[in-house]
Design a protein around this ligand. Structure first.
Ligand code: SF4
Length: 209
């Protein structure tokens, strides 16, 4: 499969925030979000076998792997890679953009599904396959990236309609006002977690961290 980068860093988003993770970033994405911070993963990458990927990640002592993109579910042998890594006793978190069906992930042990639901400011919200939310388990997570009040209200409506069982993260678009988002959450006493991209707070908005 085509891999953009493999690196070791601190997880900056979601329920593993703050924990050391190995990151496997696949190349290619079927969406074009207005605020995308990983455009470098649209095309660039190197074809690697599962054996080559495994050899690379074994350099690190860490047992937590975040598979991200791009959009990992576009890779035809992604499930084979995931199964292989689970057999090697890794804990996996798969970040997926919400537009593709997640059925192939839902029965896996030691795997967390991190489902993005794109809001209107992304300009990709109409491409979401919202029925995915019904497949999420308690251990999974949903991430809404919020730029403004319209996005916030949109995310709120989705939550009210689908009532997800898992953790829900509201994450401001990088460099937008997180204080406003915090205020809206508090005013509504919303049962969501405010997520800040701590890897960017530590290292800035750059590749490989
Ligand atoms: S889904 Fe992710 S990688 Fe794809 S365009 Fe949107 S932000 Fe970028």
């Amino acid at each position: 499969m085509k891999i953009n980068e493999i690196f070791y860093s601190i997880q900056g988003e979601g329920k593993w925030t703050g924990l050391p993770n190995i990151f496997i970033r696949t190349t290619g994405c079927n969406l074009r979000c207005s605020y995308c911070d990983t455009k470098y993963a649209y095309e660039k990458g190197i074809e690697k076998t599962i054996q080559e990927i495994t050899k690379e990640i074994k350099k690190y002592k860490c047992k937590k792997i975040c598979i991200t993109g791009g959009e990992p579910l576009q890779q035809k042998d992604i499930i084979e890679l995931i199964n292989h890594l689970i057999d090697l006793t890794y804990n996996i978190l798969v970040e997926t953009n919400g537009s593709l069906k997640i059925d192939s992930l839902k029965d896996k042990k030691n795997l967390i599904i991190s489902l993005d639901i794109k809001t209107p400011s992304s300009k990709m919200h109409e491409k979401m396959f919202l029925q995915n939310i019904n497949l999420l388990r308690k251990k999974d997570q949903i991430k809404f990236i919020i730029k403004n009040k319209k996005d916030y209200n949109y995310a709120k409506k989705i939550i009210q309609k689908y009532k997800p069982k898992c953790d829900i993260f509201f994450q401001p678009v990088w460099k937008t006002n997180s204080e406003k988002l915090a205020k809206w959450i508090l005013e509504d006493n919303l049962k969501v977690k405010l997520g800040l991209q701590i890897h960017k707070i530590i290292w800035g908005d750059k590749k490989g961290v």
